[in-house]
Ligand binder design. Structure first.
Ligand code: HEC
Length: 163
């Protein structure tokens, strides 16, 4: 019994990293052809740019460590929501890249929020160009653990398929 199980188990252990590598590679190559889709990257220049943009324009509300504001799930007395974390404890990673880009550029307006939605999240289109927005999102994504990046890649894929 043991003799039979052991090799199988070992094989699985060896295959898992290979599979993850393959999916990661497949994910990044297939998305790079999609103009609007970014992926976590090791492009250090883009990451450095994204970090600068983040610290200057986003950290005030979303936190220096992407931790968000305290009690971010509870509406404030003014009825608006505090800024959520951008790390893995928030729900930024529940959204496909294109939606994160649109929210950052245009703010929380339809189709990403109800019309006349009251929020403290600014629209950045007059402050940041598209390159800066992709950079800051890439920086945010680079801070997620690999497991979360993988899940968000799948969310991306589904959103592209359903277009
Ligand atoms: C003045 C405060 C403030 C600043 C500055 C700010 N945000 Fe936000 N952001 C918010 C708030 C508040 C929300 C949640 C809004 C809501 O749900 O009503 C939010 C939500 C978001 C979301 C949606 C997250 C989700 O899980 O749905 C994204 C993406 C986002 N912000 C990106 C950014 C980026 C990128 C920057 C910097 C360029 C930035 N924000 C700067 C306040 C801010």
């Amino acid at each position: 019994m043991l003799e039979k199980k052991l090799p199988n188990h070992l094989l699985q252990l060896m295959l898992k990293p290979l599979l993850i590598l393959f999916i990661g590679f497949y994910g990044s190559t297939s998305f790079s052809s999609e103009k609007n889709i970014i992926t976590p990257t090791n492009n250090t220049k883009q990451l450095a740019q994204g970090k600068r943009v983040y610290n200057r324009f986003c950290s005030l509300c979303h936190g220096m460590n992407l931790q968000g504001q305290p009690n971010w799930r509870t509406r404030k007395p003014d009825g608006k929501l505090p800024a959520p974390p951008h790390d893995e404890t928030g729900h930024t990673w529940h959204h496909p890249d294109k939606m994160l880009f649109d929210i950052t550029k245009y703010g929380l307006v339809p189709p990403n929020a109800p019309a006349n939605y009251k929020t403290d999240m600014p629209a950045w289109e007059d402050t940041l160009n598209d390159e800066q927005i992709w950079a800051v999102l890439t920086f945010i994504k680079s801070r997620w653990p690999e497991e979360i990046r993988q899940q968000q890649r799948e969310i991306n894929e589904t959103s592209i398929k359903n277009k």
